[in-house]
Ligand binder design. Structure first.
Ligand SMILES: [Zn+2]
Ligand SMILES: [Zn+2]
Length: 356
């Protein structure tokens, strides 16, 4: 049995734009939780919002440790846990619902009605409770998945991300075999979504983005066509590729303010638009065109619906490659520098991970 120290190094947010590594007590798992020794923790746009102090319901400055895409090894299990044992390598979903509200009861736990209410059992690691930019983190077993032996921790970090696209497809009715699908945004969510779509038997997957390095990676990871929207309007190109009808399904992972309008224009009559992105401002687009074309629109938040479990299965089968997206490793002490690299996109990062 591994010896668990009392104190650990953890990144703590002291105020907007002020994050430092400090010492704090190793958290103690509750009855239904485990303690995990963190191997690595990914960063994303949500971390930048948290870093800037623009995220609701985070714990107070001076104590809060962010980080919601982490993976590692179980070192201790709570009294009611028999699903996991010390030594198990695990990956996570960020959200653990309260388990008692209407939405949790019907399985929609990323829409938990007690979001942020710890007394009622809700936890969103690294968002409403301490997360994985630390040596250790606790997590509820209902949001934890065993990482198969053949998968590295780099793969494990991306499984949380892959759950987002899978959940979006799930919410939109699933079953994409034979469909032509357009994915906007070749970030980690878009790039995992491309792979998942191919694994689900999609016809052609068309990836649209603005950075050539990411589009190249998208091609290597399975996109049939890539379109650089910074060179030309992607709408005519997509319509040409789809015989003038448009895509059967469009998945918006970019968060670009002009992209929802493009989605409306390039989705086939009777098709589906799935939005899993967040936007820096209110979005304007021709909703009447969506209605006129009888398009169904769906949104989903995060990696719900047990879809990280599906991501684990696809990765174990070799159909979802995450480690190729991990472009930068930083030691935990350099977290502020890592956030700068993510924000300024310095060196074309795709997924930047912190190693405690
Ligand atoms: Zn994230
Ligand atoms: Zn709930």
């Amino acid at each position: 049995m591994e010896l668990i120290p009392d104190r650990m190094r953890a990144a703590v947010l002291f105020g907007p734009g002020d994050i430092r590594v400090t010492e704090k007590p190793v958290p103690v798992p509750g009855p239904e939780e485990v303690l995990v020794r963190v191997a690595m923790c990914g960063t994303c746009g949500t971390d930048l919002k948290i870093y800037d102090g623009h995220f609701p319901l985070t714990p107070p400055f001076g104590s809060f440790t962010p980080g919601h895409e982490w993976t590692g090894t179980v070192t201790a299990a709570g009294s009611a846990v028999d699903e996991f044992a010390p030594g198990d390598r695990v990956c996570i979903e960020a959200h653990s619902g309260c388990g008692r509200c209407d939405n949790c009861i019907t399985g929609r736990y990323t829409a938990c009605l007690n979001y942020g209410n710890q007394a009622k059992g809700h936890r969103a690691t690294g968002m409403t409770t301490d997360g994985g930019f630390a040596e250790y983190a606790v997590h509820h077993v209902r949001a934890l998945y065993r990482l198969p032996e053949e998968l590295s921790f780099e793969e494990g970090v991306l499984l949380t991300t892959a759950g987002t696209g899978l959940y979006g497809i799930d919410v939109a009715g699933g079953y994409v075999a034979g469909l032509d699908v357009v994915v906007f945004g070749p970030g980690p969510v878009g790039l995992t979504t491309v792979q998942v779509l191919k694994a689900l038997g999609a016809g052609r997957v068309i990836l649209v983005g603005t950075r050539p390095s990411r589009l190249e990676l998208g091609k290597r990871l399975g996109a049939d066509h890539v379109i650089n929207a910074s060179l030309a309007d992607p709408v005519p190109a997509i319509l040409e590729l789809t015989g003038g009808d448009g895509a059967d399904m469009t998945i918006e992972c970019s968060g670009g303010l002009g992209v929802p309008q493009q989605c409306a224009e390039i989705t086939k009559r009777g098709g589906k638009i799935v939005v899993v992105a967040f936007y820096p401002d209110k979005v304007t687009f021709d909703l009447s065109a969506v209605v006129r074309k009888d398009i169904s629109m769906y949104t989903s938040r995060g990696e719900g619906g047990n879809n990280v479990k599906r991501a684990v299965a696809l990765a174990a089968a070799g159909k979802l490659r995450g480690s190729e997206m991990v472009t930068h490793h930083f030691p935990l002490e350099e977290i502020a520098e890592a956030f700068r690299v993510v924000r300024e996109r310095d060196g074309d990062p795709v997924k930047v991970v912190l190693v405690p």
